[in-house]
Design a protein around this ligand. Structure first.
Ligand SMILES: NC(=O)C1=CN([C@@H]2O[C@H](COP(=O)(O)OP(=O)(O)OC[C@H]3O[C@@H](n4cnc5c(N)ncnc54)[C@H](OP(=O)(O)O)[C@@H]3O)[C@@H](O)[C@H]2O)[C@@H](O)CC1
Ligand SMILES: Nc1ncnc2c1ncn2[C@@H]1O[C@H](COP(=O)(O)OP(=O)(O)O)[C@@H](O)[C@H]1O
Ligand SMILES: [K+]
Length: 511
C-alpha cells in the first residue's frame, strides 16, 4: 500500500490529533502555514461544490480557536474570488492567529454582523465555530444561534466537524450544527463513525493536507488502534484464495445451529449467508420438523435434525452435531428461542471458535456473559445489536453514547471479539484493536439481514482455518462484505428492494 493510502484507514482521537499537530509544529512547520494549507484546500473544494455562479452569498461562522482561524482564511479566499462573504462571531474571545486573520479580513472590507439572523439570506454557511478543541457543551446564546441556523434551508459546510459534536464520541454537546458537508481535516476522527453523529455530518469528506506518515506513526502505535476496514484492506483478504488442489473439507466445515418452528426463515437466511461465503462444507442443525424445508432451500447443506422442544425449538443436539471436532467453526443463535439454553451451554464448551448471535446472545446474558466466556480457550465472536449488547453488558453504561468505547470495553471484559451492529458496525478484539465498517446502507435495517451476516461470518472463519488471517480482521471483512453487498443491491434495486434473501444474491457480485 502507498504510505498516504495507508493513512486512509487510520482513525485518530482528538488527543492524538493534537499530539500529531504538536509534533509538526515542534519540527518547524509554522502554525500559520498549516492552517493556510488546510484552509486553502477547503476553500477550493467549496468552490467546486458551490460555484460562484450559483452560490454567491456566503455566511461564515467564526469561533474563538483555530477552527475559527480556518474559517477566516476560507472567508478571505472566497471574498478574493468574488463571493459576497459575511462574518458572524458569536464569542468575543479570539486566539492570536485567528485574531490576525480577523484583522486582515476587516482590512479587506469583509463585513462583520452582530447577530446570526443577518446570515439568514446567505446561500451557503461555513461552520467554523469549534473543531477538536470543543471542551464543553454549547449553551446560552451560542446554542440558540446554532438551533436557529439549523432551521434554515441553507446548505452548511462544517470545518473539521460539525460544531457541537464531540470529536471522539460523536455526542451532541448541548446542541450541534447540522451540516450538509463535513470536511474532516488530515485524518479521520471517531465521531465520523459513531451512529449518533451521522445525522449531523451530512456528506463526509477527508481533506488530506499532507501530514507526513512518519509523524502519524510516532503518535499512533501499530497495529493501528482504530482502523477503518476500507475497500483496499478488504480486498487484501477477499476473495479468499483457493488452491488448485483441495477438497471440500479443506475449504472449511461450518456447523450452524439455529431455528425453531416459529423462526424458520432465519435459519434459511443464515444458511444462505454461509453458502455465499464459499465455505467448503455446511452442516445445519435444526429442529427435526424443519429438516424438509431446509433441504429444499439449502440442498448443498448437510441438514441435521435435532430433538424439538414443545415450542418447536432445538431442545438438544444429536451426536452428529456434538462431535464438535468435525467442525472448524460453530455459529449459533438465529431463531433458536430461549428454549435453546442447553444447546448454547454445550456450544460454549466447544474447543473450536464459535460465533454467537441473536437468541444465543440472550441466553448467554442469562447464563452470565463474563463468567460463561471466562473458561473458553478458542475464539468467541459475539454479534449483538445495541439491544442485545445492553442485555449482555448491563454494567456498560449508555453504550449508544460511545459505541466504539463500549465495544472495546466489552471485548476486554470477555476476551471475545465483539461485533456491535449498527449503521456503522464496530468490531473490537480483546487486545483493544477496533475495526470500523466505514460505509453501509439503511437498506440493511430489515429483518433477517443480521442472520445473513452470521452465516457469512461463520463461513468465512471456517475457510480461514487454513489461511489464518487474524480472526477479528476476518470478522470485520465479513461485515464489510455484507455492507458492500447491501449497498450494491440498494443501488440497483433502491433501498426498498433489499430484503435479506436478495442480499444473499448480491454477495458474490461485489467482486
Ligand atoms: N491538526 C490539524 O489537523 C489542523 C487543525 N486546524 C484547526 O484547528 C482546530 C482546532 O483548533 P483549537 O485547538 O484552537 O480548537 P477549536 O476547536 O477551534 O476551539 C477551541 C476554542 O473554543 C473554546 N471553547 C471550547 N468549547 C467551548 C464552548 N462550549 N463554548 C465556548 N467556547 C468553547 C476554547 O476555549 P477554552 O476552552 O480555552 O476556554 C478555545 O478557545 C481544528 O479543529 C482545525 O479546524 C487547522 O487550522 C490546521 C490543521
Ligand atoms: N441504518 C443502518 N444502516 C446500515 N446498516 C444497518 C442499519 N441498521 C441495521 N443495519 C445492519 O443490518 C443488520 C441487522 O442485524 P440484526 O439487527 O441482527 O437483524 P435481524 O436479527 O433481523 O437479522 C446488521 O448487520 C446491521 O449492521
Ligand atoms: K466546525
Amino acid at each position: 500500500m502507498q504510505p498516504r493510502q495507508e493513512l486512509d484507514s487510520v482513525v485518530v482521537t482528538a488527543e492524538q490529533m493534537a499530539n500529531i499537530e504538536k509534533k509538526l509544529f515542534a519540527a518547524g512547520m509554522p502554525v500559520a502555514a498549516l492552517m493556510e494549507k488546510a484552509a486553502l484546500m477547503m476553500s477550493q473544494r467549496i468552490q467546486q461544490l458551490y460555484p460562484l455562479k450559483t452560490t454567491s452569498k456566503v455566511g461564515v461562522l467564526v469561533g474563538p480557536g483555530h477552527n475559527g482561524g480556518d474559517a477566516l482564511v476560507i472567508a478571505r479566499e472566497l471574498h478574493l474570488q468574488g463571493y459576497e462573504v459575511s462574518l458572524y462571531r458569536p464569542l468575543e474571545k479570539l486566539k492570536a492567529l485567528p485574531q490576525q486573520h480577523a484583522n486582515y479580513a476587516k482590512s479587506l472590507g469583509i463585513p462583520y454582523y452582530d447577530d446570526v439572523e443577518s446570515l439568514s439570506t446567505c446561500q451557503l454557511i461555513i461552520d467554523g465555530l469549534f473543531g477538536f478543541g470543543l471542551t464543553r457543551s454549547l449553551s446560552g446564546n451560542l446554542a440558540m444561534d446554532v438551533d436557529r441556523l439549523n432551521e434554515w434551508p441553507i446548505p452548511v459546510v462544517s470545518i473539521d466537524i460539525p460544531s457541537g459534536l464531540h470529536t471522539d464520541t460523536g455526542e451532541v454537546l448541548g446542541t450541534a450544527v447540522k451540516a450538509t458537508h463535513s470536511f474532516c481535516l488530515g485524518l479521520w476522527k471517531p465521531a465520523y463513525f459513531q451512529d449518533q453523529a451521522l445525522a449531523y455530518l451530512g456528506e463526509a469528506e477527508k481533506i488530506d493536507f499532507g501530514i507526513p506518515t512518519r509523524e502519524v506513526w510516532s503518535i499512533i502505535s501499530q497495529p493501528v488502534p482504530i482502523q477503518l476496514l476500507t475497500k483496499t484492506l478488504a480486498l487484501e483478504f477477499l476473495p479468499l484464495s483457493r488452491p488448485q488442489v483441495t477438497h471440500k473439507y479443506q475449504q472449511g466445515h461450518l456447523l450452524l445451529i439455529c431455528g425453531s418452528r416459529r423462526y424458520a426463515g432465519g435459519t434459511i437466511l443464515t444458511g444462505l449467508g454461509a453458502q455465499g461465503s464459499g465455505v467448503g462444507m455446511l452442516s445445519v442443525a435444526v429442529p427435526a420438523s424443519l429438516k424438509p424445508l431446509l433441504i429444499g432451500q439449502i440442498p448443498d447443506g448437510l441438514i441435521i435434525d435435532c430433538p424439538e422442544s414443545e415450542k418447536g425449538a432445538v431442545a438438544s443436539l444429536p451426536p452428529l452435531a456434538t462431535d464438535f471436532d468435525s467442525y472448524d467453526i460453530i455459529a449459533c443463535g438465529p431463531g433458536l428461542t430461549q428454549d435453546g439454553i442447553d444447546v448454547v451451554a454445550k456450544v460454549l464448551d466447544a474447543e473450536c471458535p464459535i460465533v454467537l448471535d441473536a437468541d444465543a446472545l440472550n441466553i448467554l446474558a442469562q447464563l452470565g456473559t463474563v463468567k460463561s466466556l471466562g473458561k473458553r480457550q478458542a475464539a468467541t465472536v459475539l454479534t449483538p445489536h445495541l439491544g442485545e449488547f445492553k442485555r449482555l453488558f448491563p454494567n456498560i453504561d449508555h453504550p449508544e453514547k460511545d459505541r466504539i468505547s463500549a465495544a472495546k470495553t466489552a471485548a476486554h471484559q470477555t476476551g471475545a471479539i465483539i461485533l456491535l451492529k449498527g449503521a456503522r458496525t464496530i468490531i473490537a478484539n480483546p487486545q483493544g484493536k477496533i475495526w470500523i465498517i466505514p460505509q453501509s446502507t439503511p437498506a440493511l435495517a430489515r429483518g433477517g439481514s443480521g442472520d445473513v451476516l452470521t452465516g457469512l461470518i461463520g463461513g468465512l472463519l471456517a475457510q480461514n482455518t487454513l489461511i489464518q488471517h487474524p480472526i477479528d480482521a476476518m470478522v470485520a471483512t465479513a461485515a464489510w462484505w455484507h455492507a458492500k453487498a447491501g449497498m450494491l443491491a440498494a443501488q440497483e434495486r433502491t433501498e426498498l428492494g433489499v430484503n435479506a434473501g436478495t442480499l444473499c444474491q448480491y454477495l458474490h457480485r461485489i467482486f
